[in-house]
Design a protein around this ligand. Sequence first.
Ligand code: DX5
Ligand code: ZN
Length: 237
Amino acid sequence: MGVEAKIAPSMLSSDFANLASEAQRMLDCGADWLHMDIMDGYNLNYCLLHKPHFVPNLTIGAPVIESLRKHTKAYLDCHLMVTNPLDYVEPLGKAGASGFTFHVEVSRDNWGELVQRIKSKGMRPGVSLKPGTPIEEVYPLVEGEYPVEMVLVMTVEPGFGGQKFMPETMDKVRALRKKYPSLDIEVDGGLGPSTIDMAASAGANCIVAGSSVFGAPDSAQVISLMRKRVEEVQKNY
Ligand code: DX5
Ligand code: ZN
């Protein structure tokens, strides 16, 4: 038996004005986790010179996590698309985040400290990588003295929901699964009924899905289909 399937609807595709009820609706539809995309926005002129932001979009932050936490006990799987994740550890820990997944591209120099701080705030550390980042970059973080507990392989360029799944990223998932049979491997971007087979058979077990779940007439059916595909693959491990 392999690892457990975790289906995590991305709340970026929800109606932000009704976040608590949208979260509850997803849990009622069978979601295991709620995926929360935290982004740092983009100031074009400044960015051209200094690249101070990670993605060209601004979404939610610790105050929203804190508000949502008052309405749900669910696992809040926070994905930090920011250039300075260390600054977010304390506020997100206080706000009630469950998982804290930072990007390897912005933490090459301080991931050890980052992982320790995340754990000390009672959150579960994860690392993510963009489509162009080689998988070897995360191996030291999985094997280190303070290891991350999940690797999130981005299957689109981070920044927006509703983009097309990039099948070439599956080589990274396969390499990870071969090396770490019991690691939580999450995929994020363009996942849905037409792409889940590629991700599940490559070995992913945590599935983030925004537009395919929120855009479906029957969200519960999409969640259950994705869960089934992951379970079918994982039971053969
Ligand atoms: C993209 C975000 C994703 C996004 C996924 O930067 O990290 O979580 O919401 O949305 P879909 O499933 O629509 O590609
Ligand atoms: Zn995400």
